[in-house]
Design a protein around this ligand. Structure first.
Ligand SMILES: [Zn+2]
Length: 220
C-alpha cells in the first residue's frame, strides 16, 4: 500500500493510532487483535518486523561502505516483500522483480570487478526458468512455473551472478520439495505453491553466505 496514506485496519478501515503501530511491541501489547474491532492480526506482521531489522543489522556489519549497506538492504527488503506477497497471492508484481533486476545491475556495475557475470546471470537465469517451463509444458501440456518467476530469478541473477542464480534455482527446488513433503501435499500433483517465495529464500541464503566471511570461506 502507499507509504503516504496512514495505516488502517484491514477489517473496519479505521485509522491505526501511532502507538498501536509500533513494530512487534504493539502486536504483543494488543495480544494480536486490532484495538478497533478485535480482528485477529496476522502473525506475518511481527515476523516481518522482526526479520527485516535482523537482516539490516547483518547487512550493516558485513558491508564496509554506506552505499553497499543501502544496496544490500534493498535486496533483502525486496526479497522479504516478494516472499510474503507471492505466498499470500501467488503473484509477483513486476514492479518488484524489475526493481530487483535494475538495482542488481546498478549494484554490480558499481561494486563488482566482473560486471559481465551479472548481465549473463540476469539473462541465463530467465532462460533457465523458461527452458524448465518449456520442458514441463512438453511433458504435461500445461504451464508449470509462472512468468513472475522468470523475472524474479532474472533479478536474483543480476544480483548474485551466473552460477549463483543456478544454485538458487536448485536450492529453491529443494526448499519447495521439503515444504511439499512436510505439508503433506506430495500426493496432490496439482497443488499450487508459491515458488517465488522459495526462490527468494534461496536468494537470501546465497546472499548471506556471500556476505558472511566465515560462511563464505566455508562454502566457496
Ligand atoms: Zn478494525
Amino acid at each position: 500500500m502507499s507509504i503516504l496514506s496512514p495505516s488502517s485496519c484491514t477489517q473496519c478501515k479505521q485509522k491505526i493510532l501511532i502507538f498501536d503501530n509500533i513494530p512487534v511491541l504493539s502486536y504483543l501489547m494488543l495480544k494480536g487483535k486490532s484495538r478497533c474491532c478485535k480482528k485477529k492480526i496476522s502473525a506475518q506482521y511481527p515476523v516481518v518486523e522482526l526479520i527485516f531489522p535482523l537482516l539490516l543489522v547483518f547487512s550493516f556489519q558485513s558491508n564496509d561502505t554506506t552505499e553497499e549497506f543501502i544496496f544490500v538492504s534493498l535486496f533483502f527488503l525486496l526479497m522479504i516483500v516478494i516472499i510474503f506477497i507471492d505466498w499470500q497471492h501467488l503473484i509477483i508484481p513486476h514492479v518488484f522483480s524489475w526493481s530487483l533486476i535494475a538495482s542488481g545491475l546498478v549494484y554490480n556495475y558499481i561494486f563488482s570487478i566482473n560486471f559481465l557475470n551479472f548481465i549473463l546471470g540476469a539473462i541465463a537465469a530467465a532462460a533457465l526458468v523458461l527452458i524448465t517451463n518449456g520442458a514441463y509444458y512438453v511433458i504435461k501440456k500445461k504451464q508449470g512455473i509462472g512468468m513472475g518467476d522468470v523475472f524474479l530469478l532474472s533479478g536474483i541473477g543480476s544480483w548474485l551472478g551466473l552460477i549463483n542464480s543456478f544454485i538458487c534455482f536448485f536450492l529453491a527446488s529443494i526448499y519447495a520439495t521439503f515444504y511439499i513433503v512436510a505439508s503433506g501435499q506430495i500426493s496432490n500433483v496439482y497443488a499450487k505453491i508459491a515458488f517465488g517465495s522459495f526462490l527468494c529464500l534461496a536468494g537470501m541464503t546465497v546472499m548471506i553466505i556471500q556476505q558472511n566471511v566465515f560462511l563464505k570461506n566455508f562454502f566457496y
